[in-house]
Design a protein around this ligand. Structure first.
Ligand SMILES: NC(=O)c1ccc[n+]([C@@H]2O[C@H](COP(=O)([O-])OP(=O)(O)OC[C@H]3O[C@@H](n4cnc5c(N)ncnc54)[C@H](OP(=O)(O)O)[C@@H]3O)[C@@H](O)[C@H]2O)c1
Length: 333
């Protein structure tokens, strides 16, 4: 059996994660039991929620326990199998953790087709972030042709798919992103109607200019001041799918509350949080639709693949919170 490089939680972070929060070691791998498969992980998904999984307290999943392998979505190739449904060479994705090899019950592995898309895309646009975008916009956002959609973190894994599905559904789509390059990308490459650079300092005026009929759906990925600014531009009957709040995930004090709550009343907004797991039974529907749009060139996806292996995990994760990633952030292991 090969050695396995693995990241285990050593201590709970305060603020951004550091290398010291993890024990990163090489372990011996045990032999397989009946029904298990050995996966050589190739790509580990970096997701903003990982910071939440490290914190104690009530959340939508149990926190990663100190001493446990860091939880992550990953994709890899089966190297050994003791289950008749899997054979060496099969490509699979699942919650395999931040490590080079995973020995898992075969029921925890999802077979993926690398003839349709590269392996890393199955943990990106065709995986959890794509499915999040699909249900968040279509089920929670309830879009109607001709409406205006604003999405934040618009060039990222979820936001880029939200905006493109919005275009497919006949919406006017305005993305909020950090910096001119990301803004150019979502308009020129992804076909958004307009982009607003929130770092340029004139968010409200720019949104008003690009949303002349107001905002019907705000797909919330970031929280903080951006939320207040967009919420105050919403139309009566608007919807706000609350997908994420990345601006507060590393906060060491409780951040100030929403200043725009009056808009919820005055405009009769429907503000609804959701977690992608809520739609677990319907994942195949989303993957089918995303796959078809992708195959016909209607849905573009890009991954930002970083090298450095398991040892680089804490530093690469932090790129999400500084906005250094350009597309779905993935670590090659
Ligand atoms: N509800 C669910 O089930 C679910 C599932 C998946 C993801 N999510 C949420 O969806 C959101 C996006 O996740 P993702 O995987 O697609 O990440 P991503 O957008 O690919 O990467 C994160 C991006 O967030 C932006 N950002 C970071 N700090 C920010 C801040 N303080 N203010 C404004 N923007 C900031 C950065 O883009 P800029 O350079 O543009 O600032 C960064 O590139 C996250 O909030 C995540 O937690 C929720």
């Amino acid at each position: 059996m090969p050695k396995n490089r693995v990241a285990r939680l050593k201590s709970r972070p305060v603020g951004l994660v550091t290398r010291d929060n993890f024990d990163i070691e090489s372990d011996e791998l045990p032999g397989l039991e009946e029904g298990q498969i050995l996966v050589k992980i190739q790509f580990v998904s970096l997701d903003p929620a990982m910071r939440g999984w490290l914190a104690e307290g009530k959340s939508y999943v149990e926190p990663v326990a100190v001493g446990d392998v860091m939880r992550s979505y990953s994709a890899g190739i089966v190297e050994e199998s003791r289950h008749p449904d899997f054979a060496p060479g099969d490509a699979v994705a699942g919650m395999f953790g931040v490590q080079e090899y995973a020995i898992i019950d075969s029921r925890a592995a999802l077979r993926v087709d690398t003839s349709l898309a590269p392996l890393e895309r199955w943990i990106g646009g065709l995986g959890m972030p794509g499915v999040t975008a699909y249900f968040g916009l279509l089920d929670i956002g309830n879009p109607k042709e001709g409406e205006t959609l604003v999405v934040s973190a618009a060039s990222g894994a979820v936001g880029s798919i939200v905006g493109q599905i919005g275009k497919l559904k006949g919406l006017r789509v305005v993305g909020i992103a950090g910096g001119p390059e990301k803004c150019k990308y979502i308009v020129d490459e992804l076909g958004f109607d307009a982009a607003v650079d929130y770092k340029a300092g004139n968010l409200r005026a720019a949104l008003k200019e690009h949303c002349p009929d107001g905002v019907d759906i705000y797909f919330e990925n970031v929280g903080g001041e951006i939320t207040d600014t967009v919420m105050n531009l919403m139309n009566i009957g608007g919807r706000v799918p609350v997908c994420g709040m990345i601006s507060v995930y590393n906060a060491t004090e409780i951040p100030p509350g929403l200043k725009s709550i009056r808009s919820v009343l005055v405009n009769r907004l429907r503000v609804q949080g959701f977690i992608v797991f809520d739609f677990a039974k319907r994942y195949p529907e989303a993957v089918k639709a995303l796959g078809e749009w992708h195959a016909s060139g209607l849905l573009k996806m890009r991954e930002d693949v970083r090298d450095g292996g398991v040892d680089a995990f804490p530093d690469v994760l932090n790129m999400l919170y500084s906005g250094e990633n350009n597309g779905k952030l993935v670590l090659r292991v």
